[in-house]
Each structure stands twice: as structure tokens, then as C-alpha cells.
Design a protein around this ligand. Structure first.
Ligand SMILES: [Zn+2]
Length: 515
């Protein structure tokens, strides 16, 4: 059977629109998905995103707007979907936790755990934060009994609820993490997760009485209750593909790469694996944990008021610019910083100069000297310069994909830019514009132009996971089909191939004219 792969973003809580931080996660997962598709084949990779739409917080946000919760989440879910479409996030599934298929799947999983004897009912009194939608122990609260996340008073609530036993599975989860060192990566998060699992686990409250909250999925074994929003949302990682393909949960889901932020490490490392095991399902393959994208040095979040709309950057700077900036600038796993002046610097230096100028120089020279037609195939050896260029570009795509596979997105882009540097250096060293003044040297100019055009093709293809629109435009200027686009350096363009005249990819931004 062909190697399959399932990739997910978190299921975004749809009480507020996406910001640049949520976009970073979707873009990293998208670059990963695109890179794996070109290795494994389009149909062997499924990429899933979606919105988490139940719970108290959403019901309250809808109430504040004076609309029913469903109407509220219809609108916000569409905002997320449009944002991903605007950023060319190539999801195969966009799951809403209010979809009937999802709701049915969650009920099936609840039934499985209940039949296994992992779910029980008890009266419970606890300290509850509405913002977090969870109970806290006294120990976890700040001085004065305040929620550590919201810095606000919690409420004492007493009610009967259903619980899922987690402790039963703790040893098995620890064992799995120890036997699979890359289960949670980067490593610092693996260590954090093992620390969280070091103490016995309190059972997870998985219900809310309808008397208090009716915006949720009804428990299949007690119609007076809905399930807790966090229990519900995890299942969106597989509910829809599993509803269409009965083998998905057992055969494809174990290949899953989850991309998540470090703020939900605990829920994914401590609650999610026991939930799967209790439903009789295998675990996912990787939890890929990223840091926060700060905005002018401050954490960017829905509540902090410095929200930046990701799609607005697409409109302001052009397609792929935000994608390039975030994936080049942020080291996966660490916190990164987003700032518009820094984005403009990178735009001018990397995109307008290195990439844009190279593209227009090559295509302009090809047009000026040869009417856009290559008169020979690229050379791998011969002159020392040709050999150096060939070595900078040989297996470039393989090297880039290998770095993407280890989540080193920034290093993968550096690798492409090193090749671009080599190509720009090649132009300086071989000086085709000088040689072209001497008619006797035109055969050498032809060879240089073929080598450069071939290098441009490989860059265009290598960039696809990061900059799909730009990659498409470059390959269109070069007039290559999919098979030629993907060929190794030296085996793509042939003598007689025609390319289009240059059009600017990234016009320089004049900073003095920016508002
Ligand atoms: Zn809270």
C-alpha cells in the first residue's frame, strides 16, 4: 500500500476571527502538506483544518451579539475558511464541529468509552472559570482565587457530571512517549509532557448539564447532558474522513501529524491519547508543537486587542508575502516576532532583490539575446562555474523537503536562498552581458542562459510549499508542465524550449511612501 499521511492544524475555537498567530500554524501545516504531497503523491496526503463551535464561551459571545449560536458560528467559521482560502492553505477537509457527521462520530466514540467502562457519573463541586470552560483545583488558582489564564474570579459550581477515567491509560501513554522519542517534538515539549504525566491524572469531566448549557452534542446515554466542548473538538481530527472511509481511523489516523500551539500541549499530550485509547483506537504519529507569534514584542491573541488580520497582509503586499515572512522568520517550536517594518525589510531584500531580480534578469537576457528560446540544454560540468552552479542546485528540492520534514521551515527557505545566491554569483562571474558584446562568444552566452533558466525552474519548483502563487507564476513564465517542473537540475529544460518575457514578481516597496 502507498504511504499515507494525515496532517491537521488545531481545530480553531471560533469565538473570534483568526489572527496572524493562527495563520502561522495553518501556513506551517500547509507547507508541510504541500511538501509531503510532492513526495508521496497528491491523493496519499490528507490535510484537515476546521472550527470548534460548541461551548459556553461561544454561546455567550452569540448572546452578546443577540444571535443564535448557530448563526454566530456560521459567520465565524466562514471567516476562518475565507482566511485559509485567501492564504492558499490547501486543506482537503474543513471540519465544523457542528457538522452532523462530526456529531454522530463523537456520539459513537462516547458510546465506545462507556461500553469499555471508562465513563462514570458523580456529583461534583468545583471552582469553574467560564472563560476557560473548565474546573480548577485551589492549587491551580492565583492568590485570591483568580483564574491563572483570565486573572478573574472563578465560580463555585455543584452539579452531577460524567467523567472519563484518564489514570487507567497514563502508564501506556508514558510508555508510548518513551518508546517514540519523536512523538512530541521539538524535544522540549516532550519533556514538558512527560512532566505533566508524572503525577496521577484527575479524571476528565466530559459533560455539561443541558440545564446550564445546551449548546453541544447530546450524550448518547443521557439526554439531559451535552458533551464538554474539549472532548467534542478533538474528534474533529478524524470524524469526517473516518465517516467516509471506515479504515481511516485504524489505518490512516496513526500517520497523523498534529500541528498545535504550545498553549494546548497539555490537552493534546495528557487528555487526547487516553481518549483515543479508551475508544479502542491507535494513537497519532506526531505532535508538532509551535511557539507564539508575538506582535511588536507582545503576545498576539484574540483578547489582547492587538489582533492583526492575516488576509489584510495578502491585500497589502501581495500573495505569498506573509507566508514567506512567517515561515522564514519564525523557528518552529520557538516564539517568533511579527512586525511590519521587518516584513518590508525582508520583502525588499529577499523577495524584490534576490528572487525578483534574478527572475527578471534571466528572462530579460533570454529574450534579448535569443528571443526567449534556449538553444542548448543545461550543462552539469564543463566550466568550473557551470559545475559550481550545478552542485548548488543538485537535489535542491530533496534537501528542502528533508528540512521541511524535520519542521525546519526557516532552514529550508535559507537553503533555497543559498542556491539563489549561487545563481546570482554565477551571473556576476560569467558576465553574459559582457560576453554578448562579442558575436564569437554567443555559444557560451547560450550555455549560460540555459543553465540560469534551469536554475530558475528548480527554484520555482522548490518554492511551491512556501509560495504556491509565486511558484505557479514562475513556472508559467518558464512555460513548463508539471513533469518538467519536478525534474532534477539538468534534466528539465531542453534545447528549443521557449520562455515568456519577464514580468516583475515583487515590485520594490518604497518605505518612505508607506503610511
Ligand atoms: Zn479562565
Amino acid at each position: 500500500m502507498a504511504e499515507r499521511l494525515h496532517i491537521t492544524t488545531a481545530i480553531f475555537y471560533s469565538n473570534a476571527p483568526p489572527h496572524v498567530g493562527s495563520a502561522y500554524e495553518a501556513l506551517a501545516a500547509d507547507a508541510f502538506a504541500r511538501s509531503r504531497r510532492r513526495r508521496l503523491g497528491r491523493s496519499n496526503v490528507t490535510f484537515l483544518s476546521g472550527t470548534d463551535e460548541h461551548g459556553d464561551k461561544i454561546r455567550r459571545a452569540a448572546q452578546a451579539e443577540g444571535v443564535p449560536p448557530r448563526q454566530f458560528t456560521d459567520r465565524l467559521s466562514a471567516v476562518f475558511r475565507r482566511a485559509w482560502d485567501g492564504l492558499n492553505v490547501s486543506y482537503d477537509y474543513f471540519v465544523r464541529t457542528t457538522d452532523p457527521e462530526h456529531e454522530k462520530f463523537v456520539q459513537q466514540m462516547l458510546t465506545r468509552s462507556q461500553q469499555r467502562g471508562d465513563i462514570y457519573f458523580k456529583d461534583y463541586e468545583g471552582l469553574y472559570c467560564v472563560g476557560c470552560e473548565r474546573f480548577y483545583t485551589e492549587k491551580e488558582l492565583l492568590a485570591g482565587g483568580l483564574c491563572p489564564i483570565h486573572n478573574a474570579a472563578v465560580e463555585r459550581i455543584s452539579e452531577g457530571n460524567y467523567f472519563l477515567g484518564l489514570e487507567k491509560y497514563r502508564a501506556q501513554v508514558i510508555d508510548h512517549i518513551k518508546r517514540n522519542p519523536d512523538f512530541i517534538q521539538p524535544e522540549r515539549y516532550r519533556n514538558e509532557a512527560l512532566n505533566m504525566l508524572a503525577e496521577p491524572l484527575a479524571d476528565l469531566c466530559i459533560s455539561r448539564p443541558k440545564a446550564r448549557l445546551d449548546w453541544g452534542i447530546e450524550l448518547p446515554f443521557d439526554s439531559n447532558y451535552v458533551t464538554y466542548v474539549w472532548y467534542d473538538a478533538f474528534w474533529a481530527y478524524l470524524s469526517e474522513p473516518a465517516s467516509r472511509d471506515p479504515a481511516f481511523a485504524t489505518e490512516v489516523f496513526p500517520t497523523t501529524h498534529h500541528f498545535i500551539g504550545k498553549d494546548i500541549l497539555k490537552t493534546h499530550a495528557v487528555y487526547w491519547p487516553p481518549m483515543l485509547l479508551s475508544a479502542g483506537l491507535p494513537l497519532f504519529r506526531h505532535l508538532n508543537v509551535h511557539g507564539w507569534v508575538n506582535f511588536g514584542g507582545q503576545r498576539m491573541s484574540k483578547s489582547s486587542g492587538n489582533v492583526a488580520d492575516p488576509v489584510s497582509y495578502e491585500a497589502a503586499f501581495g500573495p505569498d508575502v506573509l507566508r514567506y515572512f512567517l515561515l522564514r522568520e519564525v523557528v518552529y517550536g520557538l516564539d517568533g516576532d511579527f512586525s511590519e517594518p521587518r516584513l518590508i525589510e525582508r520583502y525588499n531584500a529577499d523577495l524584490a532583490n534576490d528572487l525578483g531580480n534574478f527572475t527578471s534578469r534571466v528572462l530579460s537576457m533570454a529574450a534579448r539575446y535569443f528571443g526567449g528560446e534556449l538553444s542548448c540544454a543545461p550543462a552539469l560540468t564543463g566550466d568550473a562555474e557551470d559545475a559550481a552552479l550545478a552542485s548548488a542546485f543538485s537535489e535542491l528540492v530533496e534537501r528542502v523537503d528533508a528540512q521541511i520534514q524535520t519542521l525546519a521551515f526557516n532552514r529550508a527557505l535559507e537553503t533555497i536562498w543559498q542556491a539563489l545566491d549561487a545563481a546570482n554569483k554565477y551571473i556576476v562571474q560569467t558576465a553574459p552581458f559582457t560576453l554578448a558584446k562579442d558575436q564569437a562568444k554567443m555559444p557560451r552566452v547560450a550555455q549560460i542562459m540555459s543553465n540560469l533558466t534551469e536554475a530558475l525552474r528548480v527554484v520555482g519548483f522548490a518554492l511551491e510549499p512556501f509560495m504556491p502563487v509565486t511558484s505557479g507564476r514562475m513556472l508559467d513564465l518558464l512555460q513548463v508542465d508539471e513533469a518538467v517542473a519536478a525534474a532534477p537540475y539538468g534534466q528539465g529544460l531542453k534545447a528549443g524550449h521557449k520562455v515568456k518575457p519577464a514580468t516583475p514578481l515583487f515590485p520594490r516597496i518604497d518605505k518612505s511612501k508607506m503610511g
